[in-house]
Structure formats: C-alpha cells, structure tokens
Design a protein around this ligand. Structure first.
Ligand code: ATP
Length: 338
C-alpha cells in the first residue's frame, strides 16, 4: 500500500523545487501519496494566523513523514522560525546532513564523504533571550543531559548502522565549560567501549582542518548552532547549498528537507537547483526502505540516484554549480535518465 507523505512546499524557491522533486518521484514510480500542507509566508497568505498552522503539525504527527521545502520566517512581527518551531513541535532532535562529492560538479576537493549530525532542539536555539537592562541583552545556551545523551546515541547508532569509521565532536568546551562540557561528557560516556573511533576537536581548529583536508573526518557531531554553521561550510566543499540534502529525525517522525533556505533572490526565476531536495527525497525513500517490506522504496531511491549522478556526469548542470540549465530543464534531464 502506498505510503502517505506530507508535502510542505514552503515559499521562495520552495514550490519550484518541490514541484520538480514530485515530478521526478512520480516518474520514478515512487509508491507515495502526497498530502499538501502550508507553512511559512504561504500559510499566512492562505489565511492562517501563524507561519506553522497546527493542522500542518498534526498531519506530520499523524503520518510520521514529511518532505519539506524551505520556509521564510518574516523578520519581526513576533513570528518564531518555522524550522525551529517544527523541530521543537515534533521533537525532531537529530538533523543528518550527508555531504559527498558529485562527479561532474567541480570543486576544490574530489572525494569528500562527510555526515554532519546536528542536535536540533536546544543550545542557543532555545529562544531564551532577555534585555537585562537598557543596552544589555543576553541569549541563553541550554544543554541538558537528556538531549546531549540522545544525540550522541543517535550519532553512534548512525555510525554503526552505516558502517562509518569515526565520529568527531566539534565543541568549544574550553570557553563554554558547562554547556559544551556537558555535551562532551555525554558523548564520551556514550562512545566509551564501542567499536566506533571517537575524537574531539575545538571547533575553530576543526573548521580550519575541514577546509584543508576534509578526508580526515567522517561523521561530525555538533550541538545546534555549530551544526548549522558547519553544515554550510561542508556544503561549500562539494558545490554549495544546491547539492546538500538533509533529514530531521525524532522518535516517531522524520522530516526531509534541503539545508538551503528560501533563497528569495532567485525565487520564481526557474533558477533554483532542485537537487538538494531531490537528494533529501532519496534519503526519505531509503528511510522507508529500512523497514520491513521497504525494498521497492530502496530500489526507487537507487534509480533516482543513478539518474541524477548520470545527469551530472553528462555535464547537465544548473547555474549554481557552473552549468546553464534552469530548474525545469535540469529536472527533465534527470527524468530522461530514469
Ligand atoms: P535562510 O536564512 O532561510 O536559511 P539564507 O538567506 O541564509 O536562508 P539561502 O536561502 O539558503 O540563505 O540561500 C543563500 C543563497 O544561496 C541564495 O541567496 C541563493 O542565491 C543560493 N541558493 C540557495 N539554495 C539554492 C538552490 N537550491 N539553488 C540555487 N541557489 C541556491
């Protein structure tokens, strides 16, 4: 029976890249039924009084699965970030962002193969900010044993099930001794005695090493803000935001989305690269493929991956990675190769 997946087109380039991805998935015969729900400014335009309507959250809770385009959070006006609200509302505590070199996309490095695992629910994203007195504000960084342990366990489990050799924690515990200190303590406890190699890097030195030689790393485990920044840095190693997928996992829900934002500067111009969201959709199919009876989903994922790899190898590229194709023509080029 076809699996229902919530589709959140979002706004900016969201509807364009979502439309492209749905075309590819349908052409590849993915056994999915889409249920569309709004979020972001498109939700406000549809008459909602919030950027993340309760009906959208309820749909993801009910089906446990969503493919999401980027959503703009209006600056000011008291709206919380859609992404942060979604992650908190569904307790999507782990973000996974695989970063790999793509044949045909020319970059400084050739064999990048990294995975960023990012804690998604706390740190400086707790949203606890205060004006202490006029001209003095604070932003609170929150770390709890529960969240630090479960993200470390998630990274360990991910490494073990995917055969990854090493996990490196990026931290700044020399300065944030309590919060980053707790993150490290929990990670050490979780990895102790396991067969996965475990190491730690102070984040500034780690970033320098990443851009000099990314091959020294494998899985990077980061608290929330570091994960955000390091994900974009890693995206830059393989061709940018147009080619970097992502997934957010909780105990009972998984939401797949590209790392990039709504890119309003190129929205509506047929200029967006849909590959990052398409790669996220491949992660979604592989996720379904991990469960019993999931073989057809895995086969469909492999078909799509082979098709986009062949498209890139043939030099059919969008402008953000050095080519000349628009969103539509690039999508057609992938569909031709399915
Ligand atoms: P947000 O704050 O919502 O994360 P942002 O302003 O930090 O968004 P993005 O929207 O992610 O940044 O994009 C930054 C720039 O990268 C965009 O302005 C756009 O030019 C480019 N970009 C991002 N995603 C894509 C894509 N899929 N295809 C082509 N270019 C992209």
């Amino acid at each position: 029976m076809a699996r229902t997946c919530v589709l959140i087109p979002g706004d900016g380039i969201g509807p364009e890249v979502c439309g492209a991805v749905v075309r590819v998935l349908e052409a590849a015969g993915a056994d999915l039924v889409w249920e569309r729900h709004p979020a972001g400014t498109s939700a406000l335009e549809a008459g909602a009084d919030t950027v993340l309507p309760e009906s959208t959250l309820a749909a993801v809770r009910a089906h446990g699965l969503a493919l999401k385009g980027p959503c703009t959070t209006p600056i000011g006006g008291g709206f919380a970030s859609v992404n942060v609200a979604l992650r908190k509302g569904l307790d999507l505590y782990a973000a996974v962002r695989p970063v790999r070199s793509l044949e045909g996309v020319e970059t400084r490095f050739e064999d990048v193969d990294l995975v960023v695992v990012r804690e998604n629910t706390e740190g400086l994203y707790s949203g606890i900010e205060n004006e202490v007195t006029e001209g003095v504000v604070t932003s609170l960084k929150v770390a709890t044993v529960r969240a630090c342990r479960r993200i470390a366990r998630f990274a360990l489990d991910y490494a073990l099930t995917r055969g990854r050799r090493k996990v490196t924690v990026f931290h700044k515990a020399n300065i944030m001794k309590l919060s980053d200190g707790l993150f490290l303590d929990c990670a050490r406890e979780v990895f102790r005695g396991t067969e996965v190699e475990y190491e730690e890097r102070i984040i500034d030195a780690g970033c320098m090493q990443l851009v000099r030689d990314p091959s020294v790393f494998d899985v990077l485990l980061c608290e929330n803000l570091y994960g955000d920044v390091v994900s974009d840095l890693c995206a830059g190693l393989v061709g940018g935001l147009g080619v970097t997928p992502g997934a957010n996992f909780g105990e009972s829900c998984a939401v797949f989305e590209a790392v990039h934002g709504s890119a309003p500067d190129i929205a509506g111009q047929d200029a967006a690269n849909p590959l990052a969201l398409l790669m996220s959709a491949v992660m979604l199919l592989n996720h379904l493929g991990e469960h019993s009876g999931g073989e057809p989903h895995r086969a469909c994922a492999a078909r799509i991956r082979d098709a986009y790899d062949a498209t890139l190898r043939a030099g059919a590229l969008t402008r953000d990675v050095g080519g000349s194709l628009g969103t539509h023509a690039f999508t057609d080029a992938i569909i031709e190769r399915l």
